[in-house]
Design a binder for this molecule. Sequence first.
Ligand code: GDP
Ligand code: MG
Length: 437
Amino acid sequence: SLASRLQGAFDKLRGRGKIDETAVNEAMREVRLALLEADVNFKVVKEFIARVKERAVGQEVLKSLTPGQMVIKIVNEELTALMGGDVAKIAVANRPPTVVMMVGLQGAGKTTSTGKLAKHLQKQNRKPLLVAADIYRPAAIKQLQVLGEQIKAPVFSLGDQVSPVEIARQAIEHAKENHLDYVLIDTAGRLHIDEALMEELRQVREVAKPDEILLVVDAMTGQDAVNVAESFNQQLELTGVVLTKLDGDTRGGAALSVKAVTGKPIKFAAMGEKLDALEPFHPDRMASRILGMGDVLSLIEKAQEAVDTEKAKQMERQMRQGEFTFDMFLDSMQQMRNLGPLEDILGMLPGMNKLKGNMKVDEKQIGRVEAIVKSMTKAERANPDLLNASRRKRIAAGSGTSIQEVNRFIKQFEDMKKMMKQFTGMTDKIKKKQKKG
Ligand code: GDP
Ligand code: MG
């Protein structure tokens, strides 16, 4: 995968003292291959690599980072910029209704995305109208009506004997009369781009005067998706893209190239067939996903800000000696609390998402954990091996919890112990770096 390739490239940079040209070139060769293999547009790759090199070589390494992390940071930022940087919002017309045309090839996910977008808008207290303007595909109207029923949104249809242009015109009138503030026009697609399709879409555009023309493209089709986006953009002047089927085994290439090639932002990402599987597209999250590293950098930065206390240092010393007690667990929980919500912190650690599911750490649970630890004797707190069945039973009674809960916590404690080891390893490196610089 792209993620593991990039990781491989950066591993080579690990352990170097500063960012030198040879090291960057070596890593970038891997990045280039990885991107091309992920089906990213050739020209986009070339420019991307040049930009990263230019920024990376000779760059002063931030005190808190290693050179490898520094390059990852630059690649991450450039990937984010490549995909448009910020989240691109959907248009709001000065005078409602806001008209959105959904266009794209057959099977890309237009109709499904129209339903999903309506649901997304409803969550923001908008009142969308779904418009069935695909009069060619058998059952296309029915498909939209079913979606509309599921989300309780009105669907406008004039059957399949009235032209899409007329349907669009009347739908907008209908929306105005009924105070619906978004008109989502589900248009017809073809298997390939053809002049008849484009001409019809241009006519609908003429009449509907859309605030948004969103191209729906299938991320699974990789480079084809980018070519489709380029043609549609030339013919119709898109305002944005909806990238679908990101839940599948996509290689990420489409997401990376669409904005760079067309200049039009990806506004939404669809990640499944269900109606709530549509989200505003976050370039930074996609970049992290492509890099497959979680939000390591912000964790490192946060760790540096918050964990730099005497207590933490002492704890680290103990932990490096393989010591980890329940009291230290409580202390470390407090430390982590200072960093922010625990869920966020765990989510930032690579590979921790699984653990996060297991641990289900939340603030309320920390209270119960505190009670459990406080029901332990001093000896037990220092030595988990003492905790046999009868002691666990006593602790459960003392803390007002159950044996199951005590057992679960002790299991979590062991997991935590493993995690803290990784965590101290990281902060350790930062501190060393700080002392040098
Ligand atoms: P249209 O021809 O462009 O209107 O495409 P449809 O909306 O009818 O979707 C075509 C197929 O793709 C349907 O089976 C959808 O359920 C499926 N589909 C659409 N979006 C997604 C998605 O994000 N993920 C997955 N896995 N399937 C999707
Ligand atoms: Mg359709």
